[in-house]
Design a protein around this ligand. Structure first.
Ligand SMILES: NC(=O)c1ccc[n+]([C@@H]2O[C@H](COP(=O)([O-])OP(=O)(O)OC[C@H]3O[C@@H](n4cnc5c(N)ncnc54)[C@H](O)[C@@H]3O)[C@@H](O)[C@H]2O)c1
Length: 272
């Protein structure tokens, strides 16, 4: 058998990534661009424009599309805009999400709705409006960002656990419904990854008091918090956005050509 790298390429592919302006989504865009994809970078934050510009400066083709993934009319308009701009969507990465670190007792209805709507409804909406184009094209790939929280209870994170369990279940649902159209659907279940969202969790749980430590005490608290996210895992560390992005690359390329409906756990061994 001749070994070629045809399975490890996104050349000629268009990838739409939500939550593309920061953390995991941004790292996925950077890696996909490196392997030849054109990027539709979707985010609610205008700071994503600068990230798209930076990617273009490296020779990649990337464009920012502003969108709140909770709003169907915005999602529909963005999908149409991306199709007009690039002609097709081969890879959809449903990645936008927030965390609410509270139990059911402490969570307000507004916090519940916000967490569920961004993480789960957003995944539903982008899939709903992108899959028809994939069916017309003869196939496609969807990669959803779930979490270790989809598989194991994270304390004081009831809405988030519910979102991520839902994302894993929706992944399986779409895999069985759309397999016949040559659409593969998988999700990634990352453990703690050093991103602004993780830092925000530290603020919510009171383990740190600032996202921008200046004093020796603040710096020590930050180091302690980051260490505490990793030291109970078999690998004794947290991951980086770049490290987890490689799993998204595996799932978007033909390297995973026979994989669908799966939850790919990359969490330093916590869920083992
Ligand atoms: N960081 C972790 O430890 C970790 C672990 C497991 C899973 N995840 C998941 O990874 C995904 C990305 O998280 P991250 O850590 O990179 O966080 P992040 O905060 O760095 O990035 C999230 C991005 O989503 C965008 N976003 C938020 N609300 C949006 C909305 N309504 N519409 C469009 N975009 C919106 C934000 O502007 C931001 O750019 C999330 O789904 C998160 O739950 C993160």
């Amino acid at each position: 058998m001749e070994i070629t790298d045809q399975y490890l390429s996104l050349k000629g592919k268009v990838a739409l990534v939500t939550g593309a302006g920061s953390g995991i989504g941004l790292a996925v865009c950077q890696l996909y661009a490196k392997y030849g994809a054109q990027l539709a970078m979707v985010d609610v934050s205008d700071s994503c424009q600068e990230k798209a510009d930076q990617l273009c400066a490296t020779g990649a083709q990337a464009k920012f599309f502003r969108c709140d993934v909770r709003r169907e009319e915005e999602v529909q308009a963005v999908v149409a805009d991306v199709l007009n701009t690039f002609g097709h969507i081969d890879v959809l990465v449903n990645n936008a999400g927030i965390n609410v670190r509270k139990t059911v007792l402490d969570t307000t209805v507004e916090e519940w709705d916000r967490c569920i709507d961004i993480g789960l409804k957003g995944t539903f909406l982008f899939s709903k409006h992108t899959v028809p184009a994939m069916i017309r094209q003869g196939g496609g790939v969807i990669v959803n960002t779930a979490s270790g929280a989809a598989l194991k209870g994270v304390p004081d994170a009831a809405p988030y656990n519910a979102v991520k369990g839902g994302v894993a279940a929706l992944t399986r649902s779409m895999a069985v419904d759309f397999g016949k159209y040559n659409i593969r659907v998988n999700c990634v279940c990352p453990g703690d990854i050093l991103t602004p969202m993780l830092i925000d969790e530290g603020l919510q749980t009171g383990q740190i008091t600032t996202a921008d430590p200046q004093t020796p005490e603040e710096k020590e608290a930050m180091a302690r918090f980051v260490a505490s996210c990793g030291d109970y895992r078999p690998l004794r560390r947290i991951g980086t956005a770049e490290q987890i992005a490689y799993t998204f690359l595996f799932l978007a390329t033909d390297m995973s050509i026979y994989a669908t409906g799966g939850s790919f756990v990359v969490d330093g061994g916590r869920c083992s």
